[in-house]
Write a protein that binds this ligand. Structure first.
Ligand code: GLN
Length: 231
């Protein structure tokens, strides 16, 4: 069994991108076309997401105040602790501002607690948070035995080897609503899903060196930007 502290961390000099992954830095031309993606920077694995987005060819910026949303084409909501994140979002006036951008169609990628923030229904929580993705999530739904674990996922539409996924006090997606496509399950539970504008993972893709999910999100953001320009 792989233990969490054995996993390579992004930024570790000994860590190389897997063979076949594009490890090269984006060229100036690519950079000019790069979307700008915000990472909600109030709690959690913010710098890991920033690094992963940059490796995936995006410009990445921290979002800590509503004004930071103005220049971004997409937003990542990292893991952490959803009740704390919610309090900080309220405190900074970010909850309504993010919801408004999300309702206008800005792509969002929620990982672990970030996915909880995006759900329209959270078990045992009377009022959901951002309510942007039609799904029901249950917090801390894996028992003590499986509080944190690593799994290899078969992901629909993802080429190459199975995706290594790190779960840390993860939620479970109990139900997905209309327009939500399930991309991966682990032991029968939905762990990765998407809509045309959102990607949700109950695990932490920023804690491995496999950049495929971040690249997929960057592509989603590019597509939405292109659609907006031509529309
Ligand atoms: N258990 C946390 C919550 O309920 C989520 C854990 C995580 O993001 N790693 O918010």
């Amino acid at each position: 069994m792989t233990r969490l502290h054995d996993l390579p961390r992004p930024g570790d000099p000994a860590v190389r991108e897997p063979v076949g992954a594009s490890a090269a830095s984006p060229t100036p031309g690519e950079l000019a076309l790069s979307p700008t993606i915000g990472v909600l920077g109030v709690q959690g694995d913010v710098s890991e997401h920033v690094a992963a987005l940059e490796r995936a060819g995006a410009r990445a910026v921290w979002v800590t105040r509503p004004a930071d949303l103005a220049g971004i084409d997409g937003l990542v909501l990292p893991g952490g602790e959803s009740t704390t994140l919610r309090r900080l979002l309220d405190y900074e006036g970010l909850l309504e501002a993010i919801r408004r951008r999300g309702e206008e169609g800005m792509p969002v990628f929620g990982t672990c607690a970030g996915a909880i923030l995006l759900a329209t229904e959270v078990v045992d929580t009377p009022v959901p948070h951002l309510s942007l993705v039609p799904m029901t999530v249950s917090r801390n739904a894996y028992g003590r035995q499986r509080e944190s674990f690593v799994a290899e996922l078969e992901v629909a539409g993802l080429e190459g080897a199975p995706l290594r996924a790190v779960f840390i006090r993860a939620p479970v997606i109990e139900r997905v609503g209309e327009g939500v496509e399930v991309l991966a399950r682990e032991a029968g539970e939905v762990v990765l899903a998407e809509t045309d504008r959102a990607l949700v993972a109950t695990f932490h893709p920023e804690l491995t060196t496999d950049g495929r999910l971040h690249r997929h999100f960057v592509e989603k953001v590019r597509a939405s930007r292109a659609a907006k320009r031509s529309g």
